[in-house]
Design a protein around this ligand. Structure first.
Ligand code: GLC
Length: 532
């Protein structure tokens, strides 16, 4: 048997946050028709797959991560028929579709939870959730307590918003239901699933109090020191083994897990050959713009994945974190939790984001592009409070602005908001200066972020034939990251603060203009791909 060249080992996956991608019906909220209309853009961008954030029927208490019906599309996005048509259309464009499955919790409007509310304490309806007569000391990941009290005196557990009651994964009906939901979408042609909060489904038996400690988890509400519910319980792996058996009944499908598990050995356990195919590399996302730190993360990532034979992923941003074009322009470029009162140098952030794009697409494995990264969009901080929808904002009393600032609808063209996002405004206001960042404007500019992404993705797929495989470090001196890949490819990233001399090789793509008389000097905070 030859090497495993399954698509997911080397795919570039574009993350579509459907509410903010493109609005087909002019109601100010993105939808499936909008996504379908932009498939040519995504094909021409050169990505391999789309991961679409939840599209199911939802009261939208958490942007769709509160699902009321896993087998239907929310009317704001379209219909099931639209989803089937979108999957077929994407396939015709050579794009795969990864759906988002949300198994830790349901919406409080889900029929199971409504039945639980209508039933008595101790009833079978309540057994599918975590109901107790007394709460424990756990705090919600969005701020505030993780328990809400009902009129009859019982409390129910929600690791996120009160509108997202946690399911009891010890219950056989819960397990059976999610396997059926996987099949429902596999039968409709999805190519894989992104698994929401994959490490938290199973709770510690008896739900005991936890010691108080400061949260180290990025991306969510922080309301000070708080007892963290235990995550990453060993029993969770049984769930993914069962899911893998379901997926393996269908050819060529893949999982990507969302686990904020920092211990590399524990992380790797999810990627064993009979569990998940891939998982998001948040260590890379959180890493500071620093040569030593990045090299360490890359080495650790490669070792972790090699041990279980899984391809790494390289993730710079997503819908839960501050956009990296903003993070990289700050004095402290590492990302631990969201801050909004720290200045960011826009030009520096963009420069580094360009270099980071080349780095992430040259490393072995699969890479992720969050919608708008390819336009170099910054985080938006000055959204009016009334427009904000993220429950993190509300649950922390505004202390944490939440995640709306990275979810502002995309600017596609034109000179004024909503910049061709749709015909009827946008659910979050777009900054006026995004007129210079529209896709249409950037397409016409060879020096734009969009042109860089398009060129890099073409070279990645074409002549450089990147994707999964081995790499070796080149010794290019302090602060300069360089690595080679066979056959005849090198990537150099200059984090040294001074121009760096390039090794042998003809430049294929550069994130900034090369300097020096022969064009052999790579400026600081820039990256280049070389044919060697
Ligand atoms: C995941 C999602 C996030 C959501 C949370 C609860 O972390 O990425 O957006 O709020 O789970 O479902």
């Amino acid at each position: 048997m030859g090497p495993d060249v399954s698509w997911w080992r080397g795919a570039v996956v574009y993350q579509v946050y459907p509410r903010s991608f493109a609005d087909g019906n002019g109601d100010g909220v993105g939808d499936l028709a909008g996504i379908e209309s932009r498939l040519p853009y995504l094909r021409d961008l050169g990505v391999d797959a789309l991961w679409i954030n939840p599209w199911y029927v939802s009261p939208m208490a958490d942007g769709g991560y509160d699902v009321a019906d896993y087998r239907a599309i929310d009317p704001v996005f379209g219909t099931l028929w639209d989803a089937e048509r979108l999957i077929r259309a994407a396939h015709r464009h050579g794009l795969r579709i990864i759906a988002d499955i949300v198994p830790n919790h349901v919406s409080d409007r889900h029929p199971w939870f409504r039945a639980a509310l209508a039933a008595a304490p101790g009833s079978p309806e309540r057994a599918r959730f975590h109901f107790r007569d007394e709460p424990n000391n756990w705090r919600s990941r969005f701020g505030g307590p993780a328990w809400t009290r009902l009129g009859d005196g019982q409390w129910y557990l929600h690791l996120f918003d009160a509108a997202q009651p946690d399911l009891n994964w010890d219950h056989p009906e819960v397990r059976a239901e999610f396997e059926a939901v996987l099949r429902f979408w596999l039968d409709r042609g999805v190519d894989g699933f992104r698994i929401d909060v994959a490490d938290r489904l199973v709770k510690e038996a008896g739900l005991p109090d936890r010691p108080v400690r400061e949260t180290g988890a990025p991306g969510f509400g922080s309301d000070g020191p708080r007892p963290q519910p235990d995550k990453d319980r060993p029993e969770v792996h049984g769930i993914y083994r069962a899911w893998r058996r379901v997926l393996d009944e269908y050819p060529d499908r893949a999982f990507v897990g969302e686990m904020w598990v920092t211990d590399p050995d524990r992380f790797a356990m999810y990627l064993r050959p009979d569990e998940l195919h891939t998982a998001f590399n948040f260590a890379f996302l959180k890493c500071a713009w620093d040569a030593g730190a990045l090299r360490e993360v890359v080495d650790r990532t490669l070792a972790t994945h090699a041990g279980v034979g899984a391809p790494p992923t390289w993730v710079l941003s997503n819908h839960d974190v501050t956009r990296h074009a903003t993070r990289y322009g700050r004095a402290d470029t590492g990302f631990v939790k969201r801050v909004h009162d720290v200045p960011s140098d826009r030009a520096l952030g963009v420069r580094r984001a360009r270099a980071a794009a080349l780095l992430s697409m040259a490393l072995p494995g699969s890479a992720y592009v969050y919608q708008g990264d390819e336009l170099g969009l910054p985080e938006v901080f000055d959204l009016p409070a009334a427009a904000r929808e993220d429950p993190v904002f509300r649950r922390t009393g505004g202390a944490d602005l939440g995640r709306d600032g990275c979810r502002v609808p995309l600017p596609w063209g034109g000179d004024a908001a909503p910049f061709e996002f749709g015909a009827g405004g946008s659910w979050l206001p777009q900054p006026a200066d995004w007129r210079d960042l529209t896709a249409a404007r950037q397409l016409g500019d060879p020096a734009s972020m969009l042109s860089l992404y398009r060129l890099a993705l073409r070279v990645r797929r074409g002549e450089a034939a990147l994707g999964d495989g081995p790499m070796r470090w080149l010794d290019l001196g302090e602060g300069v990251l360089g690595f080679a890949r066979d056959p005849g490819f090198a990537c150099v990233v200059n984090l040294s603060g001074r121009p760096a001399a390039l090794p042998e090789g003809a430049p294929l793509v550069a994130s900034a203009e090369l300097g020096g008389p022969a064009g052999r000097l790579l400026p600081p905070d820039a990256a280049v791909w070389l044919r060697t």
